[in-house]
Design a protein around this ligand. Structure first.
Ligand code: ADP
Length: 182
């Protein structure tokens, strides 16, 4: 893994696999079924083990499907983090662009709100919606960084937010936005 401290000292950019992160919470780019999937969702369930799906099943039974923009919390199972916050990103093309931006920003904001509610101080995010959900990467990175910065400007309890980029393209985009302030 490689990492950069960014202009805002609470935000850190990481290149690597989010399942290896030691944060209070790692965020999963889940789908609304909460029953697991491919990409980062599959990696998190594989690394954390069956306990995560078990808790997701209970949440599903009690609350139904998780709509885009919302977030729920479970154990992190065998992963080094304490909790997984599962949030559902918007599928690009299912709403107009403004609504897609709003829903994606909600993912970051509601995940952080849930983290605060559960006493978490460090949260690691993947690049939500930029895989199979097809959100343009640069646009998603702008929405993500603005949403997190806005949250941190109001909040005093979160100490570290990590943007964990798995692919080179996202890493370069975040580097330009966060490290080089472009
Ligand atoms: P979505 O359905 O929200 O698009 P995906 O899992 O398909 O979710 O992709 C979201 C992002 O997660 C992509 O940028 C992909 O490169 C990244 N990703 C995939 N596996 C991992 C992992 N193990 N750690 C961190 N990010 C990952």
């Amino acid at each position: 893994m490689s990492s950069y401290l960014c202009g805002m000292e609470k935000i850190k950019l990481i290149r690597g696999d989010i399942t290896k992160m030691e944060a209070d919470a790692v965020v999963n780019a889940a789908n609304s079924s909460l029953m697991g999937g491919g990409g980062v969702d599959g990696a998190i369930h594989r690394a954390g083990g069956p306990e995560i799906l078990e808790e997701c099943r209970q949440i599903r039974a009690e609350c139904g499907k998780c709509p885009a923009g919302q977030a729920v919390i479970t154990t992190a199972g065998k992963m080094p983090s304490r909790k997984v916050i599962h949030t559902v990103g918007p599928i690009w093309g299912q709403q107009n662009e403004t609504e897609s931006d709003r829903l994606l920003a909600d993912c970051y904001r509601n995940s952080l709100l849930l983290a605060v509610k559960n006493g978490m101080k460090s949260v690691a995010f993947p690049n939500i919606s930029t895989g199979v959900y097809g959100f343009p990467k640069e646009r998603a990175a702008r929405v993500a960084t603005e949403a997190v910065k806005a949250f941190l400007a109001e909040d005093t309890s979160i100490e570290h937010v990590y943007f964990v980029c798995f692919d080179e393209e996202n890493y370069r985009i975040y580097e330009a936005l966060l490290v080089n302030n472009q």
